[in-house]
Design a binder for this molecule. Sequence first.
Ligand code: GLY
Length: 402
Amino acid sequence: MRIFMILPLAVALVACSGGNGQKQSRETADLFQKVIKTAEAQIGYQVKVIEESGKILNARTTRNGHVHYIGKQDWTSGFFPGTMFYMYDLTNDSKWLEVGIKYTENLDTIKHLKWHHDVGFMIDCSFGNALRVTGNEAYEEVIIEAAKSLSTRFRPVAGVIQSWDEDRGWQAERGWMCPVIIDNMMNLELLFKATQLSGDSTFHNIAVSHADKTMENHYRDDWSCYHVVDYDKEVGGVRSKQNAQGYAHESAWSRGQAWGLYGFTVAYRYTKDQRYLDMADNIYRYIFTHENLPADLVPYWDYNAPNIPNEPRDASAAAVAASALYELVDYDRPEYRETADKIMTSLAGDAYTAIVGTNGNFLLMHSVGSIPHDNEIDVPLNYTDYYFLEALTRKMRLEGAL
Ligand code: GLY
């Protein structure tokens, strides 16, 4: 069955062109077949290790050469189950489905999480994919309940969802009142979906308000964005525009640019509001015409990092952007496909795809969590693998191979 699923991609790609183009397409098709096989082996090992432990273990990255597992409340806990569903999409092998369901259902209580905004990532990447793949209606209630939890963080006077608590963790030292990070655009999909499932427009309206405020306040004239905008939740308006995970307040943190591109693409999917599509186009132009973007289209961790070209790359930013671009192809942007293919060809090559049995059994190497926090520098990350595999399923659908 696996061969049956993969072969049409090669055929579809090769059928597209002739001459030298045909040779390149065949090479590209071979490369993607190879990376799917690598993913089956590498992520298969990841599953074997955790299954043999007899525990529920959710891997996020590597630390000092060892796999770092995280608890349910970590913002990245939904990516491993989500990865299982994309592996199922790509291989049609039900073993991935079983693990995906088990790890998704283990996150059930997260629907009540209210102390940070990432319940959107956590529940949508797990239960959202589980619902898409299995159609199990029991998952709808989890998505709606999680959307209710996320909605408790909506600050109506400011018109935004508060990302982080102002009095918790390292964030408490920054004097913020209502910090909103660009990443929060990624949590809106849960709200849009919850309205579709429940008929309650409250979630949709909160998402639109948040997207509009982000459009108004997070972006600079060149269409790069700040990481953090702090709002006054009592009288409304912006208190400050700052940085947390990028190089400086006025720099452009690479993953943040990719979160924005993806987030506005999703906002367009659910609203068909042209302003959001225009935002995605503007962000696209910022990223892909940037003088500091390397030729392989995998950015340094910040577009303004001080020692470029001697700075770590961030494969996660590249994977998130590629996935968004494949969706934008469906919105009458065929030219974005070539850019996305180029990113994916880079990531699927030896420079970023790990040799089986290395890299903590994660698929991709060379991502960055947060350099200012001296955390996760040039490491694998579970969300890099997740968005890479999502992008790969989107690519294969575009090729008519899934
Ligand atoms: N949402 C956290 C990050 O992108 O690192």
